[in-house]
Design a protein around this ligand. Structure first.
Ligand code: FPP
Length: 235
């Protein structure tokens, strides 16, 4: 894969697992299983490509409205993924971060994710940020409440509230904004994902369903991004 110097952070909306399964006459949960396997392939490819941050939309606040069976299957996949893959995550020097309304998750998952964040916190090759029970409007709302509380308590003056104050109050305070957003499966929407952080991000939409999205397509997108950068950013 081509070494790339300019793209630090890729965010992905992994869409199309259900349609992938339906096309094969299989239940939606089979599509999610294949989707989870592809998370592993794409994380490996990201590390090879030199990208430093990967943010994946694994479960949105809206996803809680899916059937109980589907929500349970997704949560079980997450448990399985975290247990099975953590060894490889550590061996590959990957730092795990989780963003979202963590308090909505079941206590065992909350415990597991804080344990994995803590154990991997000094890893440097790639930061894998998993958006779980995540909604961008909810994130902004919670930032507004925090800043309002700080203002009432006298910790910040209203005139001193800046873009940076807002950025530092978001779940993503420790990571740079995405350079590239990829959404698979042909939908061209942002779906309440990183609304603040995507302000200057280059957007890429592909018809490929998430379980079929591969390293070649990822490389091609990074290449297109590098061309767009040369054209608009560097002359
Ligand atoms: C969209 O497919 C995908 C999701 C609801 C979430 C993504 C989940 C995974 C890739 C599974 C692995 C997750 C973890 C955390 C290990 P869809 O069901 O909306 O597909 P459809 O639009 O074709 O119905």
């Amino acid at each position: 894969m081509n070494e790339n110097n300019s793209c630090k952070h890729i965010a992905i909306i992994m869409d199309g697992n259900g349609r992938w399964a339906k096309k094969r006459g299989m239940p939606r949960t089979f599509g999610h299983k294949k989707g989870a396997e592809n998370v592993i392939n794409i994380t490996r490819a990201m590390k090879e490509s030199g990208v430093k941050y990967l943010t994946l939309y694994a479960f949105s606040t809206e996803n809680w409205k899916r059937t109980e069976d589907e929500v349970m299957a997704l949560m079980n996949l997450l448990r399985e993924y975290l247990d099975k893959e953590f060894k490889e995550i550590m061996e590959n020097d990957v730092r795990l971060l989780f963003i979202g309304e963590k308090e909505m998750l079941s206590p065992d998952i909350q415990e597991k994710i804080s344990e994995l964040e803590e154990k991997s916190k000094n890893n440097k090759s790639l930061t894998l940020c998993v958006a779980l029970s995540y909604g961008s409007r909810q994130e902004i709302l919670s930032a507004v409440k925090k800043i309002a509380r700080d203002a009432i308590n006298g910790d910040i003056k209203i005139d001193n509230i800046s873009m940076e104050t807002i950025e530092q109050s978001l779940y993503t305070k420790d990571i740079p904004d995405p350079d590239i957003l990829i959404r698979t499966s042909g939908e061209q929407r942002i779906s309440n994902y990183l609304l603040w952080q995507l302000a200057y991000t280059e957007l890429f939409f592909t018809n490929t369903l998430w379980p079929d999205f591969n390293k070649e397509e990822l490389t091609d997108i990074i290449q297109q991004f590098n061309n767009r950068e040369r054209r608009y950013g560097k002359n």
